[in-house]
Design a protein around this ligand. Structure first.
Ligand code: GDP
Length: 433
């Protein structure tokens, strides 16, 4: 059975923790898109980890951890993370990297940095991890599938030359900087292929077999619906689809095999980068939520930069869940809200005097003002609670109000960062798939 763990919103919803929790019953965990531009934070018996490229199953010894073909694969960061994980006492994980995955090249990172600097005030707020240049090259058909590194050196050198001929025009004439060092690129490829060769394999064939054997396979998404290049807040989006449907492509499995789609949504909102964020908070209120948020504050796992924060947005989340094809919502980081007397929830958008509950296209989104309904807080610490009925009444009221607004079943409630901080809940909205 294949399950997907994906985000309803702007990312940082707590997908890493939910994957780590569900991994207890999984045989395979796969990253299917994105790159090292976003991070999952995972807290478990080995300590606290910020994973950017590693699948979250690396802490479980019986799990095969796969980098799917849809990922923007940064080999150096991957090798560093592998070293970090094992140096903190985690037994060496089982890893397989798709022979069709494309590799993040040093010049992708360089172009990302140069372009953000050129755009200055109009930049996309990129993490400068090379993601947009990487995917541009992939679709321009000048990317590097990892299997190409294992061809004859002469073929590799020829390809480097043909790519560098194009890149150098931009580097020299647009960005006024040095051309690419072709020798250094070739040396880098040789070094990488030695480091990585034992991990590369035929992932779609492996998964075909795993599905036939009835194994439990988790697809691990990065970011969330709002960052989808088609359905998100274009152009302030990422360059690969974070939707569960893309899991079929980015892992190489049939779409109908994905039977459960766990969409993770945080009990308040946060976002990184630029773009519309209707229920955003500012000033002291924002600072307090940011400081108390997540596990140690709402600061980027990759960049350390402060995340934008706001109240829960039912309009965005309903849309986010719909596009994911949600069968279950995992509602996370609820414990953080225990300090509030009352909690506003965004239930509609006012656009030019008309209130809507349907998520609009970007140019209308830019005009949207939040319509709030305010619910009473529960004013206590809910960490440690394991049964839904033991949650304070106002806390259950908050969950049930949001479930009704978004129209998707909240079947998991996360009330702390660790793997065991999870409450399972029956919902009348659940459908069997
Ligand atoms: P991801 O990218 O969706 O995996 O999310 P991140 O890892 O960037 O952000 C989620 C943050 O919230 C991390 O610091 C987690 O440790 C933390 N977290 C996850 N679930 C909970 C929870 O239920 N309560 C609290 N307090 N923190 C949580």
């Amino acid at each position: 059975m294949v399950k997907a763990v994906v985000g309803a919103n702007w990312g940082d919803e707590g997908k890493g923790k939910i994957t780590d929790t569900l991994a207890d019953q999984a045989d395979v965990v796969i990253r299917f898109q994105g790159g090292a531009n976003a991070g999952h934070t995972i807290v478990n018996e080995y300590g606290k980890f910020a994973l950017h490229t590693m699948p979250s199953g690396v802490f479980h010894q019986n799990i095969m951890n796969i980098i799917g073909n849809g990922v923007a694969f940064d080999i150096t960061k991957f090798m560093n993370e592998l070293k970090e994980v094992t140096s903190k006492g985690v037994p060496t994980p089982q890893i397989m990297i798709s022979d069709r995955v494309q590799v993040m090249m040093p010049y992708h990172v360089l172009f990302d940095t140069l372009e953000e600097a050129r755009l200055a005030g109009k930049s996309f707020g990129s993490t400068k991890s090379g993601i947009a240049p990487f995917y541009s090259d992939k679709f321009a058909k000048i990317g590097w599938q990892i299997n190409e590194f294992f061809q004859d050196d002469e073929v590799i050198k020829e390809k480097i030359d043909s790519i560098a001929d194009v890149k150098d025009v931009l580097l020299v004439n647009l960005y006024h900087t040095d051309p690419l060092d072709r020798e250094a690129l070739f040396d880098q490829i040789k070094e990488w292929r030695e480091e990585i060769k034992d991990y590369v394999g035929n992932v779609s064939l492996y998964l075909d077999q795993a599905i036939k054997e009835g194994k439990t396979i988790l697809l691990e998404g990065q970011l969330g619906t709002m960052k989808d290049p088609d359905h998100g807040i274009y152009p302030m989006v990422t360059s690969s689809s974070p939707l569960a449907a893309y899991g079929a492509i980015g892992a190489g499995i049939p779409p109908y095999e994905i039977r459960q789609i766990v969409t993770v949504s945080k009990a308040y909102s946060s976002a990184v980068g630029a773009g519309a964020f209707v229920s955003e908070l500012f000033g002291d209120e924002a600072e307090e939520l940011r400081r108390r948020g997540g596990d140690g504050g709402e600061y980027g796992a990759t960049t350390g930069r402060p995340r934008r924060v706001g109240w829960y947005d039912c309009v965005a989340s309903k849309y986010g869940c719909r596009l994911q094809g949600t069968t279950d919502v995992a509602f996370t980081v609820l414990d953080v809200l225990g300090y509030l007397d009352e909690i506003p929830v965004c239930v509609g958008y006012d656009i030019d005097g008309k209130v809507t509950t349907e998520f609009p296209v970007t140019h209308l989104l830019d005009k949207a003002k939040p319509v709030y309904e305010t619910l009473p807080g529960w004013k206590c610490d809910i960490r440690g609670i394991r049964n839904y009925e033991e949650l304070p009444e106002n806390c259950r009221g908050y969950i049930e109000f949001i479930e009704k607004q978004i129209g998707y079943p909240i079947t998991m409630v996360s009330n702390g960062p660790s793997r065991t901080d999870i409450i399972y809940r029956k919902s009348s909205l659940s459908k069997t798939v």
